[in-house]
Design a protein around this ligand. Structure first.
Ligand code: IDP
Ligand code: MG
Length: 138
């Protein structure tokens, strides 16, 4: 399997709940490497662009409000099969459906407060890493 990079966000609900260390620990324990990371509060523009695929959904306003509501840890995580394996480590989108053992299945209970974002494909990963890190990443 190829070595991949994926964009992981430890979202504002996780930072507020002081779960950043727990979540980073799970990513590292899975064997992945953090290549870049920063703490920032997403602007409205960044939030809307990150979640552009959901712009027509009824929950889009709530979602942008949520992702801009406080500091987020943005991470570039690298490893073999990192994109799909991190999605499994994170768990199903709705925490109510997430398997115990996953981050959402252990630590969250409802949407949109599901703690973590992980890119869902190589195309999304490339777009999202560029969006959050631009040319900070060589
Ligand atoms: P993902 O984060 O597992 O990739 P997406 O379907 O891409 O899930 O949705 C993006 C984010 O939007 C979710 O992580 C969650 O925070 C929020 N979200 C998704 N569906 C709903 C909903 O029905 N109501 C409220 N928030 C939602
Ligand atoms: Mg998604």
């Amino acid at each position: 399997m190829a070595v991949e990079r994926t964009l992981i966000l430890i979202k504002p609900d996780a930072v507020r709940r002081r779960l950043s260390g727990e979540i980073l620990g799970r990513i590292e324990a899975r064997g992945f490497t953090v290549r870049a990371g920063k703490l920032l509060t997403a602007s409205r523009d960044l939030g809307e662009r990150h979640y552009a695929e959901h712009s027509e959904k009824p929950f889009f306003g709530e979602l942008v409000q949520f992702i801009t509501s406080g500091p987020t840890w943005a991470l570039v995580v690298e490893g073999e099969g990192a994109i799909a394996t991190m999605r499994k480590t994170i768990g199903a989108t709705n925490p109510a459906d997430a398997e115990p053992g996953s981050i959402r299945g252990d630590l969250a209970s409802s949407m949109p407060d599901n703690l973590v974002h992980g890119s869902d494909s190589p195309e999304s990963a490339a777009r999202e890493v560029a969006l959050w890190f631009g040319d900070e990443l060589a």
